[in-house]
Design a protein around this ligand. Structure first.
Ligand SMILES: C[S@@+](CC[C@H](N)C(=O)[O-])C[C@H]1O[C@@H](n2cnc3c(N)ncnc32)[C@H](O)[C@@H]1O
Length: 438
């Protein structure tokens, strides 16, 4: 942890807060883990400072490819002090987004540097940043001609997307660098769309409908400002994720397995679409006990608990440990994946992932799919879902599954064999394929 500058240097404080988070990510931790650690520190940033720190950290990670490239051009040799390096990356990001305040930003960065490494790098920080301001036209032109700096994704990621989506890869990369939308899911068991829309208006929020129960806010707001959230009238869920409950084609009285359910967004949506009396028998399973606890919390908040709804910790790949032997009519297989379709929400992920992670996820997906298929009734349906854009986890995974299981056939979705949603202003990137057991 860095120590804090005085109250008269708000940007310096935000730069230092972001520096701590970036240093944790560069050392291999996720941004979520780094944020959780910061929240537990002696003086966690709060209020506007916290918002400024988060904004800087997310923005710097989204454009890390360019910042890292620029820094390499500006330094004769790589910086060994990781905190000073992160301070420079965050400041370069701020200089690009707020060029009109360039000299004030550099002054604040130098103030911030006086709180790092006993102030030994103040002169270096000042020199590097002023050098950037002098040479920025030339350096930014060079960045534009360098794929990792221009598209702000790792080289292997760009290569994959080019191969998998030759007509869309540039639009995908551009969308993956934008700020994500904030979309709400109305709990239709508790309130109608019309009444919920009136609540939004009364709270001064504007939104437009992007799905059966999906409202995209024109401007994201902190969760405390969302009317009815605490009371369970709505949840935060991307419109792309909200397609799952519609596609699974669930009917009253059916036995349904959500094999990878935490934190319970799609499972809750399945329940919300039917009246409680419809008596859907749902088992929400997740391998991670802490995450499984969040399913229960969400069900309680949304008023979805009943005798027919069970939440369990268990490995979907080992049905013997959780299955009572009664076949399911429907299975939702929202498997762990690279999450390459949602990186704008987790910009650290694209820099922390390695290409070898794809094979690891594929193996886990195969293990889960083959195991839960055995628990599906004849005539039953399984919806395969990922928030990935890589076809090895999507189309190729489903084709291989059908190759291994003679009793599996695909059902069309919107007249197509599967659906690949690309990240977009209204939704994230998702893949859906629907399979039926003969
Ligand atoms: C994409 S997330 C699920 C999101 C969830 N369906 C929702 O809509 O809120 C994948 C989940 O799979 C869980 N998981 C990973 N391996 C698993 C396994 N072998 N068995 C069951 N769950 C697993 C993870 O803990 C994670 O919560």
């Amino acid at each position: 942890m860095t120590d804090q500058p005085s109250r008269s240097a708000p940007l310096a404080a935000a730069l230092l807060g972001a520096t701590d988070l970036l240093a944790a990510v560069i050392s291999g931790r996720t941004l979520d883990a780094a944020l959780a650690e910061t929240a537990l520190s002696a003086t966690p940033p709060t209020g506007p400072l916290r918002a400024a720190v988060m904004d800087l950290a997310y923005s710097t990670l989204r454009s890390f490819g360019r910042g890292d490239f620029l820094l390499a051009q500006l330094m004769a040799k790589p910086l060994t002090d990781i905190h000073v390096r992160c301070l420079l990356l965050a400041t370069l990001n701020r200089l690009e987004t707020r060029p009109e305040h360039a000299y004030a930003i550099v002054d604040q960065a130098v103030t911030a540097a006086s709180h790092l490494a006993a102030g030994n790098f103040k002169g270096l920080v000042n020199g590097v940043l002023r050098n950037f301001l002098r040479r920025q036209d030339e350096l930014l032109a060079r960045a534009k001609a360098t794929p990792v700096a221009h598209y702000q994704h790792p080289a292997w990621w760009i290569t994959r997307l080019k191969k998998d989506h030759p007509h869309h890869w540039q639009a995908i990369l551009a969308a993956s660098n934008t700020h994500p939308p904030m979309t709400l899911r109305v709990n239709l068991r508790r309130i109608t769309n019309a009444d919920f829309s009136a609540l939004l208006t009364a709270a001064g929020l504007t939104a437009h409908a992007v799905g059966e129960a999906a409202w995209r806010l024109d401007k994201p707001v902190p969760i405390e400002q969302i009317p009815g959230f605490r009371e369970g009238l709505c949840s935060v869920q991307d419109a792309g994720a909200q397609r799952a409950a519609l596609l699974l084609d669930v009917h009253p009285g059916q036995r349904v397995l959500d094999a990878c359910a935490a934190p319970g967004g799609k499972a809750a949506h399945l329940l919300e679409r039917l009246p409680e009396a419809a008596g859907l028998h749902l088992l929400a399973l997740d391998a991670d006990p802490a995450r499984a606890a969040r399913i229960t919390e969400n069900f309680v908040r949304l008023g979805l608990r009943s005798n027919h709804v069970r939440v369990r910790t268990g490995d979907a790949g080992l049905p013997a440990t959780w299955w009572d032997g009664q076949p399911f009519d429907r299975i939702l297989a929202d498997v762990p994946c690279t999450a390459s379709g949602v990186v704008r929400r987790h910009p650290d992920a694209k820099w922390l992932r390695r290409v070898s992670d794809i094979d690891r996820f594929i193996a886990t997906q195969i293990r889960i799919l083959d195991a839960i298929w055995r628990t599906l009734a004849s005539g039953g349906k399984m919806l395969y879902v990922t928030c990935s854009l890589f076809s090895a986890e999507n189309e190729a995974q489903v084709a291989a599954f059908i190759g291994r299981h003679a009793d599996a056939q695909r059902l069309a979705i919107d007249d197509a064999p599967s659906v690949q949603l690309f990240p977009h202003a209204d939704h994230d990137g998702f893949f859906y394929a629907l399979l039926q057991k003969n």
